[in-house]
Ligand binder design. Structure first.
Ligand code: G
Ligand code: G
Ligand code: MN
Length: 334
């Protein structure tokens, strides 16, 4: 209670506006507290624990105070262990590219989306939901993204020699962190140059979160890559920061109708109205549309009737390891 009172006083004192030169400044301090007895830990250990508590205070909105508790340590250690696993996995190539087909309405293979899987030594096949955010917060997404792009470009080069695959496009998911990184454009261009992949067949799938950050910067990076032939697809369309203004400004080729809308087709009136609106908007802006997450004949028939020309989902094909995908769709198929 004493520590809490002192902390509260400190916060109050530091939160008062003060001036630096002639500029008014307000601070939002975060305080981490660890209690100890004479016999307990080394000074280093205590400072580390206080630091953890301080980071927790920051994460919980700043301008606040948190006491260290052992669960914080356990959670930080779990994070660090998974991060180490991830780092090792990148070095050991334990990631595998899966491919999910995108079919045109006549059943032809038009494209594929790359979906990353992690073959974890003890946890088995780990899906991206469980490691992408960790890869982002640790910065490892840059290396991981480069690996995915390189492997995808190599696939496009292989496909160029296959009469059944040579016109198929390949879509790679790119997170906002990757696009934001200073070297992103150069990274993509040098991978294209090194592999010799046809840039017009490479689609980068971005989500709307990209536009919530630095609009101008994202726009200029996209324009730069677009000028080199790379295409852009807007993933999960309609679920995020849906400002229609950017649709006009960004060099997009394609919109993806999010699975959450497709799921409720054809019965749900909101979902079908949204699908109609997206298709009309895309038509006006001359963008292609891919519907994702199609699981039933009814969903497919509805989308096709409303003019959607590219289809993706378990009904049409599940994500499978890229070698199996090539065996299933390539010229060598049986
Ligand atoms: O099957 P699925 O669990 O693959 O994918 C879950 C999410 O992970 C999707 O939102 C997808 O966009 C994302 N994702 C899949 N592969 C990659 C990848 O290689 N890079 C990035 N940044 N995201 C990916
Ligand atoms: O966010 P993004 O669109 O990149 O995510 C693609 C995700 O959707 C992947 O996790 C992929 O495995 C999953 N997926 C692909 N097709 C279907 C489908 O028909 N139904 C469901 N439930 N998920 C799907
Ligand atoms: Mn996607």
């Amino acid at each position: 209670p004493d520590a809490r009172m002192v902390g509260a006083k400190l916060l109050e004192a530091l939160a008062r506006p003060h001036s630096l030169g002639d500029r008014p400044i307000t601070s939002t301090p975060s305080i981490g507290v660890v209690m100890f007895s004479a016999s307990s830990h080394s000074a280093d250990e205590l400072l580390r624990q206080a630091d953890l508590a301080m980071y927790r205070a920051k994460a919980e909105g700043r301008n606040t105070l948190r006491f260290f508790d052992p669960e914080m340590q356990a959670s930080a250690e779990r994070q660090a262990a998974l991060e180490n696993d991830l780092r090792a996995a990148i070095a050991e190539h334990s990631f595998e590219l899966y491919c999910q087909p995108q079919l045109s309405v006549d059943g032809r293979l038009a494209g594929a989306e790359v979906l990353l899987r992690w073959n974890h030594p003890t946890r088995g096949l780990v899906k991206p939901d469980e490691f992408i955010s960790l890869a982002e917060s640790s910065g490892l997404i840059i290396q991981l993204g480069a690996m995915v792009l390189t492997e995808s470009c190599r696939a496009l080069v292989r496909w160029a020699g296959d009469p059944h695959l040579r016109e198929v496009t390949l879509a790679v998911n790119v997170s906002a962190h990757q696009l934001q990184a200073p070297g992103f454009v150069d990274q993509v261009l040098s991978i294209l140059a090194e592999t010799g992949a046809p840039s017009q067949q490479l689609f980068l799938e971005l989500t709307e979160s990209v536009f919530a950050q630095n609009f101008d910067e994202a726009c200029s990076k996209m324009n730069n890559l677009r000028a080199h032939g790379v295409c852009f697809s807007l993933d999960d369309f309609g679920t995020g920061y849906c400002s229609l203004a950017y649709l006009k400004h960004f060099p997009l080729t394609e919109l993806k109708i999010d699975r959450s809308f497709v799921k409720d087709l054809p019965g749900e009136t909101h979902a079908s109205a949204i699908v109609d609106a997206v298709l009309a908007l895309a038509c006006t802006l001359q963008l292609d549309v891919v519907a994702e997450g199609i699981e039933t004949d009814e969903q497919r028939d509805f989308l096709v009737a409303r003019g959607c020309r590219l289809l993706q989902g378990y009904l049409l094909g599940e994500p499978q390891p890229i070698a199996e995908f090539e065996a299933a769709y390539g010229a060598a198929r049986t």
